[in-house]
Structures are given as structure tokens and as C-alpha cells.
Write a protein that binds this ligand. Structure first.
Ligand code: 0PR
Length: 378
């Protein structure tokens, strides 16, 4: 550390230089995060010092958190659901499986996820000392129910379903998972980290949330399609009894107990989530999702004119394009400023059509894609 402090002006100039190196979201087609809504940013700044790790000091922020959980519960099929705002999908998934493990009391616990599950579940298996079992997928990249059943044994404590998979945006058959979970008396966690703020606003209806009896917990992230600031994940439980195994006594705080994984915890992110959710309302989110889905269809149509097809018809604003010479084409696109990503099996170009993408930027991408893939219009 420097001995003598430097002026604020100098500090800000270093920060500005660092910021210049960061990527603006304009040509980013690989991220599940986006520009937060301006009202979320305002709220975040207003609550910058608020710490929900000791919420006795911040009862106003705590009330906002309770309201956010109620809003999210209402959105996800049960306004009585309980939970808290986490740092993101990883913490929510971890805490859900920790609750499942502790409730089961099993000595050598395992859990079953689809192979499409986010890599956070590999971290979780390691951290919780649980064996992770991966079930196969059907042709639409949804979990294969037969494969899930084959993996269940007497040490299984939880099943995981994905509502909006990271790579394909596919939605697992949650009703069928719920049937199996109920018949084996298993905890059923739904990872809707991405899909939680998309699926309720799609034209097509999907049963993926607490409206399906047998769903125990849900992850849904305000800092992804919820348009809020980082770090904000949502963890919701159907029953309050699921929070109990996460409870820790906090003798020297203004509160008696905590359920969160982290101690000190951002109240700013909670205020931001409350602000954007109430400001947009269902109508506002529907507009955003409808726009993203319109652009998603335009991308599929545009790529199709070059003979480039998606692996599946996009379910949400995630497209996996079957691009020949994938690595070469991605490299060339990178040279033109585009950030794309990939799916693993089968390998394809993965594109997220997030709210920060502008219509004219999408048209530019489509024409660059055609040019880089050496294609002319069909
Ligand atoms: N569950 C699902 C279905 C996810 O897609 C993700 C993250 C998580 C859980 C974990 O969430 P946190 O990252 O909030 O802990 N999915 C993205 C991914 O890993 C996150 C992301 C966001 C990646 C922005 C890149 C990026 O620029 O691909």
C-alpha cells in the first residue's frame, strides 16, 4: 500500500483508465447479466452502506427484502414462499442443497442434476461433500426422466430441475420431476436463475415453479433478467421449515439468527431489486422479454438466410446456432468486436439476446455472422 494517500482526482483518473479497458455491453452476446435498470442503480446508491448481515440495524432495508421475497414468490407461484436475497445463482443453489442435505440426515448423500446443469453444482458437490449424479438429456436438451429415475438410490436427497438452462435455455419437465420427487420423498430444487424472470413473461405457459406441487425451492436471479444490480440472487423455499437447517445463532449482533451463507450482505442490491421490480411491474418485464424474444426470432431468421440453423427452436432468449468452422468463425467475429460463447455438447455458437442488445446492433451481427461464415444469402 502507498504510504501517503493520493488525491481523489488521481484516484478517479486511475479508475477511469481501468474502466476504459472494460467491455461495454453493446456487442456482448455471451453474458447473462445486462445493464441494470436506472432505477435499480439509483436505489443501489441510496442504500450503499446498508448491511443485511446485521439487519437489526437496517430494519427499513429488511422490510424491503421481505417485500422482494413476497413479490418473487407471487411471480413464482406462491406468495407465501420464504427465503432471502443471495449473492447470485451459485449461493442460492448451494443453500438449497445444503438445506436438502441437512434435512435428510443421510451420511453419504447424493443429488441428481441434468447434464445441462450450471457448473455451480460441481462446486456444490465438492463443498457439501455430496456426490453429484448427472442425468442425460432428450433431443430438446431437457432432462431425460428415465435417466433421473435410474440414478436415484437410498442415498439420494435431492433432484434438481433447470428452468432455463445456461447453454440452451431449455426448461426441464418440472411436473414429471415433481412426480418422481414426491414418490421417493425427495427435495426438488428448481434452478431458474436465468428463467425466473423470463418464463413468467413468455407467451407460451410452462409449469416450472411452486404452482407444481412437489417443488421445494427455487433459484431466480434479479441480477440476470431481473434487470437489477450485482450481487442479487433469489432463493425461495415453499416451506419455512427448509430455512431452519440454515439457521445459525448470531449472539453478538442486533439479531439472534442468520440464514444467509455470507455474513455481511448487500442491502443496496436488495433496495435495487425492490425498486426495479415495483417500477417495471409485470407489464414492464413482459415488454422487455417480448422485445428480447422478437430479436431472438429475428436472429434465427437472419442466420437461416445464410443456411445457419439453431440446434433447437429457442425456448427463451438463448440461441444455439449450428455454425460450421465454429472456432474460426468465432475468432473472426471476435476481431469485429463480438463476444459470443459456446455450448459444450454438441458444440454450437451460443448467443444470449439480452435487453442491452439494440435492433440495429443485431442486424450488424447477423451480417457479420454471414460474412465470417463465408455465406451469401440463400
Ligand atoms: N444457474 C444457472 C442456470 C446459470 O445460468 C448461472 C449463471 C448460475 C446458476 C450461477 O449464477 P451466478 O453466476 O449468479 O452465481 N450463468 C451464467 C454463466 O455462468 C452467468 C454469467 C453472467 C456468465 C454473466 C457470464 C456473464 O458475462 O454462464
Amino acid at each position: 500500500m502507498n504510504q501517503k494517500g493520493i488525491s481523489e482526482k488521481e484516484v478517479l483518473s486511475v479508475l477511469n483508465a481501468a474502466r476504459q479497458k472494460d467491455t461495454s455491453y453493446e456487442k456482448v452476446l455471451s453474458a447473462m447479466c445486462t445493464m441494470p435498470h436506472p432505477v435499480a442503480v439509483k436505489a443501489h446508491l441510496q442504500f450503499i452502506e446498508s448491511n443485511l448481515g446485521d439487519f437489526g440495524l437496517f430494519p427499513g432495508t429488511k422490510e424491503l427484502e421481505d417485500k422482494v421475497i413476497r413479490i418473487m414468490g407471487d411471480l413464482l407461484g406462491d406468495s407465501q414462499a420464504c427465503g432471502y436475497i443471495t449473492t447470485g445463482g451459485t449461493e442460492s443453489n448451494l443453500q438449497a442443497l445444503r438445506a436438502a442435505r441437512n434435512l435428510s440426515g443421510k451420511k453419504r448423500p447424493n443429488f441428481v442434476v441434468p447434464t445441462s446443469a450450471h457448473f455451480s453444482f460441481d462446486k456444490i458437490g465438492d463443498l457439501l461433500g455430496m456426490e453429484i449424479r448427472k442425468a442425460g438429456l432428450d433431443k430438446d436438451f431437457r432432462v431425460d426422466i428415465g435417466s433421473v429415475e435410474d440414478l436415484i438410490d437410498e442415498n439420494t436427497v435431492a433432484l434438481v430441475g433447470i428452468a432455463g438452462s445456461t447453454e440452451f435455455g431449455s426448461i426441464d419437465p418440472v411436473d414429471k420431476l415433481a412426480d418422481i420427487a414426491s414418490s421417493h420423498d425427495l427435495f426438488l430444487h428448481i434452478d431458474a436463475a436465468f428463467g425466473g424472470f423470463v418464463i413468467p413473461f413468455l407467451d407460451k405457459k410452462y409449469d416450472f415453479d411452486f404452482s407444481v406441487s412437489g417443488v421445494t425451492s427455487i433459484t431466480a436471479d434479479p441480477h440476470k433478467m431481473g434487470m437489477s444490480t450485482i450481487p442479487a440472487g433469489g432463493l425461495l423455499f415453499k416451506e419455512e421449515s427448509c430455512l431452519l437447517p440454515l439457521e445459525i445463532n448470531t449472539p453478538y449482533l442486533t439479531i439472534k439468527a442468520q440464514h444467509s451463507l455470507t455474513g455481511t450482505r448487500s442491502g443496496a442490491a436488495v433496495a435495487a431489486a425492490y425498486a426495479v421490480m415495483t417500477h417495471l411491474g409485470r407489464e414492464g418485464y413482459r415488454k422487455i422479454v417480448t422485445r428480447c424474444m422478437g430479436m431472438t426470432r429475428r436472429l434465427v431468421e437472419g442466420a437461416g438466410e445464410f443456411g445457419i440453423e439453431p440446434l433447437i427452436d429457442p425456448v427463451m432468449n438463448i440461441v444455439a446456432l449450428d455454425v460450421p468452422d465454429l472456432d474460426e468463425v468465432r475468432k473472426e467475429l471476435r476481431g469485429k468486436g463480438w463476444f459470443t460463447s459456446i455450448t459444450r455438447t454438441p458444440r454450437a455458437m451460443r448467443i444470449l439476446v439480452m435487453p442491452h442488445l439494440k435492433e440495429e446492433t443485431l442486424e450488424l451481427f447477423i451480417s457479420d455472422l454471414g460474412a465470417c461464415a463465408g455465406r451469401t444469402y440463400r
